[in-house]
Design a protein around this ligand. Structure first.
Ligand code: HEC
Ligand code: HEC
Ligand code: HEC
Length: 404
């Protein structure tokens, strides 16, 4: 670690006070930079500021929103395109208040609504880390939002309404572990930015914290303690999922896979434990056992037949999965979601091969959308829901059609 950091530090100190330096004079210790790197990972800055295969924090990451397209900015220390000329105060205002130098209002797609809970010293450490990165000359792309959301000054009014100093607790607790977890979940990990439903102006609907929300093609499910326990999750499972992306309840995919890959896998053991504790609460509700219904094999025979033909080769005849091939369907949390949205989309689109931290490797899951009719896929979904999750067979062909 030190070996890597020392040249970076030399580079930073070289800019400090030097006559040619057009960046901000700035000093930091290797410890502060390392702490900033850890915090930047816990806060997943890279998800929106590092393009896939692009240089670290150089921006250009496209983000879709119902209001149009936005791009994560260049936050390397480049003086022209990045934050090279910003002081630590400027940076704090951006992360804490959503205002860039020159009173430029930042759109709340930059999750300062969550980051606002970061203490000054943590923001300063992230600043130190970013200033230690190689500057990248890459121009920012201006957001392309529909009227009236393209008017930046409107953000001032949005903030008056929706920028709160604290987000509500999503579980009950008071232990030191729970308190640390609250900081990791509510603030750094900004779980609510995806899992909390949003109102008409894009604000998090805080009365419904973490109760699940649509996210582009997928749904971010309910991750309240009650919602998770109803799908069989325990604190230990949540911890394992955040560390490795795989748990007895299934694997992380779509945006959640990125959260694990770029952010939570790097948490220390203590912080992982704290995040899982906060997610489930100091007194976690007991996990609900699956009411798997084997009579579905007869009653829902057409769905069963499709399962045997198309899925059982990887997920197992009895849905118990195959190590390093595919996750179990029995007790799978995606199947157990009352809303069949993610189940149907995973069947229609498949799941690309994903890298998991540690040793787990699975191939991709093929897309089945073109192989079966809406009615057949509804039969399949209903079979899976009853057989492996004990839910109602209430998926209609029409629901499948809408999701194609
Ligand atoms: C969910 C996506 C997302 C995450 C996560 C995120 N940002 Fe941003 N950030 C954005 C977007 C989008 C913008 C541009 C907003 C705009 O155009 O108004 C932005 C802008 C910024 C800016 C202003 C740059 C400029 O020149 O305008 C800074 C500074 C910044 N982010 C820092 C951070 C840091 C530090 C983190 C991690 C602690 C972080 N961001 C995490 C989406 C994100
Ligand atoms: C070639 C092997 C293969 C086949 C065939 C296959 N799957 Fe999958 N499936 C996977 C793998 C691997 C994953 C996990 C992917 C990941 O997260 O990287 C997965 C994930 C899923 C998921 C998401 C749940 C989770 O926890 O990841 C569902 C739901 C699912 N499969 C249902 C089905 C159904 C229904 C069929 C039949 C129509 C099917 N699969 C066919 C390999 C397969
Ligand atoms: C960028 C958006 C995003 C962020 C941020 C995010 N999630 Fe998720 N999460 C998702 C999506 C989408 C899914 C559904 C896909 C899946 O199950 O892997 C999901 C699934 C999950 C699941 C699996 C639930 C189940 O029953 O299948 C858990 C647990 C979870 N998230 C916890 C968290 C926690 C804790 C945080 C904060 C540290 C967090 N998520 C942050 C988007 C996000």
């Amino acid at each position: 670690m030190k070996v890597l950091l020392v040249p970076a530090l030399a580079l930073v100190l070289g800019a400090c006070g030097g006559p040619s330096g057009d960046g901000q004079p700035f000093k930091a210790s290797p410890e502060q930079i390392a702490r900033g790197k850890y915090l930047a990972r816990a806060a997943d800055c890279a998800a929106c500021h590092t393009a896939p295969d692009g240089p670290a924090m150089a921006g250009g990451v496209p983000l879709e929103s119902p209001f149009g397209a936005l791009y994560g900015s260049n936050i390397t220390p480049d003086p022209e395109h990045g934050i090279g000329k910003w002081s630590a105060d400027d940076f704090y205002r951006a992360v804490h208040d959503g205002s860039a130098p020159g009173s430029r209002q930042l759109y709340p797609a930059m999750p300062y609504t969550s980051y606002r809970g970061m203490p000054r010293e943590d923001v300063d450490a992230i600043y130190a880390y970013l200033m230690s990165l190689p500057p990248v000359k890459q121009a920012n792309k201006e957001a392309d939002l529909h009227f009236p959301y393209n008017m930046r000054f409107g953000v001032v009014f949005w903030k008056l309404l929706f920028l709160k100093d604290e987000l509500p607790n999503s579980s009950q607790g008071s232990s030191p572990q729970w308190l640390r977890g609250r900081y990791l979940g509510n603030v750094l990990g900004h779980c609510g930015e995806c899992h909390t439903p949003r109102g008409k102006l894009g604000q998090m609907n805080l009365g419904e914290s973490l109760k699940g929300a649509p996210m582009g093609r997928w749904m971010a499910p309910d991750i309240t303690p009650a919602g998770l326990a109803a799908r069989g999750w325990t604190e230990a499972d949540v911890r394992q999922f955040m560390k490795t992306g795989v748990a007895p309840q299934g694997s992380a995919f779509s945006e959640m896979h990125l959260v694990v890959k770029l952010s939570t896998q790097y948490l220390t053991d203590d912080d992982l434990g704290a995040l899982a504790r906060y997610t489930m609460g100091d007194k976690a509700p007991p996990p609900e056992p699956v009411k798997a219904d084997a009579t579905a094999d007869q009653r829902l025979g057409s769905g069963r037949q499709i399962y045997l033909n198309a899925c059982a080769g990887c997920h197992g005849r009895d849905g118990d999965g195959r190590p390093h091939v595919a996750v179990a369907m029995a007790g799978n949390a995606t199947l157990r979601q009352p809303d069949a949205h993610n189940l149907i989309v995973s069947i229609l689109d498949g799941v690309p091969a994903q890298e998991f931290p540690g040793l787990e490797r699975m191939q991709d899951m093929p897309a089945f959308g073109h192989q079966y009719t809406d009615a057949e896929l509804a039969d399949l979904a209903n079979y899976l829901r009853v057989r492996f999750a004990g839910l109602a067979a209430d998926v209609q062909a029409d629901t499948v059609k809408k999701l194609r």
